[in-house]
Structures are given as structure tokens and as C-alpha cells.
Design a protein around this ligand. Sequence first.
Ligand SMILES: [Zn+2]
Length: 140
Amino acid sequence: MKIICPNCLAINNVPKKDEYKKANCGSCKNSLLKNSIINATSNEIDKIINNSDIPVIVDFWAPWCGPCKSFAPVFTEISKEFPLKALFVKIQTEQEQFLASRFKIRSIPTLVVFKETKELERVSGAMDRDSFENFVKSFI
Ligand SMILES: [Zn+2]
């Protein structure tokens, strides 16, 4: 399956397994199991969505938004639970206003889930830890 490296955005081909002991990016050699969050720009988002065979969970946020700030640690924590199962992306809507309008983001935070290049689901408003964990699991 195709996996985008969160560190260098190279497209990797990784065999699909239930569990992974080791998987490194073919380009930058960083571990793909660390599953760090990608802060995506308009130049990158299409590459990410179009080359990920795992669900891509996108958090549209802004620095002035209180609920976004309180949700940020939840997003970070849960992102570490799903190495090679889901990809976690943040889009800063003030810097990426073009993307906010292209994806018709009307309130923030908004979570949008993409799978096989298509939008599957979107939810507005912050979630608590358990709700967000279950939300992610429902796409895996
Ligand atoms: Zn890499």
C-alpha cells in the first residue's frame, strides 16, 4: 500500500500487515512508525491525499481559535496510536486560506477524513480523547 512519509513526504510502498515491527522511509530513512503530524500546505495536500492508501485525517485549525488549541494535544496523542493505519495532517487555515475555501471550511476546528482520494466524512467542533479515538478507528 502507498504511504506518505510524514517527515519528507516521499511516497513509500509498504506491505499491508496487521502489525509492524519496523518500517523506514525509503527516502529519508526515518521510521514510518513514528507517525508524526504533517503540517500541510496547498502544494502538498493533493500529493498526500492522492498517494495514501490509509485514511487521511485532516484537522483544519487556526491559532486564534480556543477549541482548536484545546483539541491540538488530543490530535497529537491519538496520532501516535495509529502508525501506518492512519495519516494525521493539520492545515492552518489562516496561512492556507485558499485550502480553507477550496474545502469549504465554514467553522473550525473541522476534521475531514479522506480515503482513496475521496472525502468520506467531516465533523465540526473539537472532540474529547475517547470520541476522537473512536472516530479514527471507524475508518480503519
Ligand atoms: Zn521520508
